[in-house]
Design a protein around this ligand. Structure first.
Ligand SMILES: [Fe+2]
Ligand SMILES: [Fe+2]
Length: 246
């Protein structure tokens, strides 16, 4: 069978599966693109069932997914996080900083961009040392504030992305102040120091390089992420099955 006909068959199978399902987009997927005060567009639901599990358009995850499965199936190209973790390793950082680097942008990569440090910290909190979740939460904040003692300057990329007149919101000023006076400030700051502004397209870093560090510092639940009843299990489930009707 040549590649084209296999692709056609796959498409055909997918098309058939899609014909039997109603897949509704959550408001957050279209937020900003349509007026939230208007009713959502009507869909043809005759003879179809609303999706309540795996979305056939997505690669299927194992029944008991672990952190690396989320990297492989849901977090998109993760070169930035992997290269940041590799840099932290090279710079002699401790394992908490390396793990924090490895997962720091997982929300932006697979869930939600806005306030991504806060979302990511909540996702990982039940499974890591409190200090790791703290660093991930505050890296988003600290990125806006230079600290010469650590050789950290305001990123040039932020000037390009947000313009020279961008000023962080007051909630970020407050969070920065809080973090700066916290006993774990250095951990969060080291994450920003190793958080690469631009990644090297030629540097290949494999997840497996971090198997041992993850094994020692990320409490992988036996039931799989999303199925262990932790305070963030529902968030992992939503990333796994993002389009369930309920
Ligand atoms: Fe980030
Ligand atoms: Fe980052």
């Amino acid at each position: 069978m040549n590649d084209l006909s296999r692709a056609e068959l796959l498409d055909h199978g997918l098309a058939e599966a899609m014909d039997k399902l109603v897949i509704v987009k959550s408001p957050i997927y279209t937020s900003g693109e349509c007026d939230p005060r208007e009713p959502p567009p009507r869909q043809d639901t005759a003879g179809r069932l609303h999706l309540m599990g795996h979305d056939p358009r997505l690669p299927k995850m194992p029944a008991k997914p672990n952190l690396f499965d989320f990297f492989n199936y849901r977090f998109g190209p993760a070169a930035h996080m992997l290269q940041s973790a590799r840099l932290a390793l090279k710079n002699g950082c401790n394992e908490k900083v390396i793990l924090a680097c490895l997962v720091h942008d997982c929300s932006a990569a697979g869930f939600i961009r806005a306030d991504h440090g806060y979302w990511a910290a909540q996702l990982i909190a039940p499974y890591v040392d409190e200090e790791v979740a703290f660093a991930v939460r505050y890296h988003q904040v600290l990125r806006f504030y230079p600290d010469e003692a650590f050789g950290y300057k305001y990123p040039d990329s932020y000037v390009r992305l947000f313009g020279p007149n961008y000023r962080p919101e007051p909630y970020l000023d407050r969070a920065h102040e809080y973090c700066r006076n916290h006993k774990w400030y250095e951990t969060a700051r080291l994450l920003t120091v190793n958080d690469l502004y631009s990644f090297d397209p030629n540097l290949q870093v494999e997840l497996e390089e971090f198997t041992d560090i993850v094994g020692r510092n990320f409490r992988q639940p036996e039931e799989g992420l999303g199925f262990d009843d932790s305070p963030s299990a529902h968030m992992w489930r939503t990333i796994n099955w993002p389009t369930r009707y309920l």
